[in-house]
Design a protein around this ligand. Structure first.
Ligand code: 13P
Length: 251
């Protein structure tokens, strides 16, 4: 099946990685991309902010893209411990993940906060990956589609274009659990997301939609073949060079 949207395989390293291991991981992925010679897909790694600069150096001119895992909505100011989108951009980052379910849960991030962060990403020249996804209770109550619609409407800023937005569908119950939705469930959710986006913006058909939640080398081909899936947002498996490259290959 020919793809009309350029696939994106993104690794979210979360709060993992000290310099030595992280740089070896980044260099391994860069080497793998060079060896494979892929020019038809994007590979992105999102290390902890402390490592963005060193990872930028480790991936060199390989074409591997680097992103942050979160940013503050403001460009600067009295926000102890926070990181501005401009700071990530200053280090060479091209992307930033916003609204990951772990941020929504651990830090009480609301849709409005996520939306402000996505706007901050634009302001700084970063491409935001806006994360949405239902909890198990929401799925079991039959509310998956309404939750996704509410999160999209609340989290995606006005003025979104296909070049300025990536959406990641990450069912909360699939993150780090080894459980995944069926291919049909992923396709249904993605079709619904695209339909909702079509009511919000002109270029919805061109927006890249990633699936995330327990993606690994062995299930990537099946998940990536689901309709409207344009790549993956990978947690645990992105910490292993071979696994991450296997996922990239499967797309
Ligand atoms: P896992 O791949 O470890 O399930 O994590 C997914 C995720 O949260 C990526 O952002």
């Amino acid at each position: 099946m020919a793809r009309t949207r350029r696939p994106l395989i993104a690794g979210n390293w979360k709060m993992n990685g000290l310099r030595t291991d992280a740089l070896a991981l980044a260099a391994g992925i860069a080497k793998g991309l060079k060896q494979a010679g892929w020019t038809d897909r994007d590979l992105l790694v999102c290390p902890p902010a402390t490592l963005v600069m060193a990872v930028m150096e480790a991936v060199g001119g390989s074409g591997v893209l680097v992103g942050g895992q979160d940013c503050h909505a403001k460009a600067s100011g009295a926000h102890t411990g926070d990181i501005a989108a401009e700071m990530l951009r200053d280090l060479g980052a091209a992307f930033v993940i916003v609204g990951h379910s772990e941020r929504r849960t651990d830090h009480g991030e609301t849709d409005a906060i996520v939306r402000a962060k996505a706007e901050a990403a634009w302001r700084a020249g970063l491409l935001p990956i806006v994360c949405i996804g239902e909890t198990l209770a929401e799925r079991e109550a039959g509310n998956t589609f309404s939750v996704l619609a509410r999160q999209l409407k609340g989290s995606v800023p006005a003025g979104a274009t296909a070049a300025r937005l990536v959406v990641a569908y990450e069912p909360v119950w699939a993150i780090g659990t080894g459980k995944t939705p069926t291919t049909a469930e992923v396709a249904d959710a993605h079709a619904h997301i695209r339909k909702e986006l079509a009511g919000m913006m002109a270029e919805a058909s061109q927006v890249r939609l990633l699936y995330g939640g327990s993606v690994k080398g062995s299930n990537a081909a099946e998940l990536m073949a689901a309709g409207d899936v344009d790549g993956a947002l990978v947690g645990g498996a992105s910490l292993k060079v071979d696994e991450f490259l296997a996922i990239a290959k499967a797309v």
